[in-house]
Design a protein around this ligand. Sequence first.
Ligand code: FES
Ligand SMILES: [Fe+2]
Length: 428
Amino acid sequence: MLRKEQNDLLTQTGAGAPMGELFRRYWLPILLANELPEPDCPPVRVKILSERLVAFRDSEGKLGLIDEFCAHRGVSLWFGRNEECGLRCPYHGWKFDTSGQCVDVPSEPAESGYAKKIKLTAYPLIEQGGVLWTYMGPPDQEPPRPAWEFSLVRPDQRFVSKRHQECNWLQAMEGGIDSSHVSWLHRGTIDRDPHFRGSKGNEYNMRDAKPVFEVVESEGGLYIGARRNADEGNYYWRITPWVMPCFTMVPPRADHPLHGHFWVPIDDENCWAWSYDYHPTRALTPEEVKAGEEGQGIHVKYVPGTFRPLANKDNDYLIDREAQKAGVTYSGIEGFSMQDASVQESMGPIVDRTKENLVGTDNGIIMARHRLMRAAKALVEKGVLPPGRVAEHQGVRSAAVILTPEQRFDEAAKDALRVREGVGQASV
Ligand code: FES
Ligand SMILES: [Fe+2]
């Protein structure tokens, strides 16, 4: 349970709010690189951390992320003409470059230097791993480039997608660090989905629906270990890394690719759920890529032309009560991501955490909240930069391992929980 002020602190990410400041100290994924495929392509609206921006790729291929609204009289520059190294407002022709600098005010004589005095807010936008990332904090505190393993492997080793989720980022992320729901909500689906089926771990998951959670702090966040009974008195551990502020990874199954998510606030009532698959040592198979493109695994099918899932709250997520009754799917909803999104959105846009009743399986969530609150306060009160900004913190992997009862998961799986170049994931 949280006090109201704590819930507000964690869920509000606009400029000036402590969590908003915290998020503004990281490179955040905001667009798929193919949303801005080529020079002078159409600009894209971006809303992130409650700020409305527009992204574009100029004639030289340079990326820009600037205030959505024209400095003249506020027209959305999404309507702009992307031409000759800038975005030109269609209303009266004012033009802005990728740095937000106004470079032309056609009604004023060029000699007046009027345009030079006009500049829109702009943030750096970089491409890495098929994703465009921005950093919205003070320029002198910009972290090194993102070092998440999925973004560093060869392009044929990964598949990345994103979907709009209609709730606050935190309740979406809390699903990502809550391994206990897998035995319930995703029952049925893990045995059928091409990205998950055929793993011995699935059997342990289903046989033991009472996992014991142990959570330890990592440099950048937490390792959340969920222990279930395996064979011969041993334990099956599924270990989920969480790295500040919003990166989570699903423990692997068999030799399937690793999966994970970012949960990035659009505003306080919406977020982007980013989903990535990658294999550390091999190209994804055509079947694995096809499964992602078809919305299987942790990906979804979309309303055409959007990133809104086809199954959404306006159609009750296409719930199938027959499938629910027959146990084909546990909740009647198809697919991991929409199983998660449906229950999380059902809590309302910002769940009231003063009313919850937490139990032992919520330990990961409790510790993550506290770590976030501590870091946000340390940042705004003392200027301490938060963890999770550097390669050493980001170089983590999830793991699934069998250990004896005597072994501590964080020690026994120490190497498995780090990126090891050329070495595959530890999986069951
Ligand atoms: S509103 Fe953009 S040029 Fe006038
Ligand atoms: Fe889930």
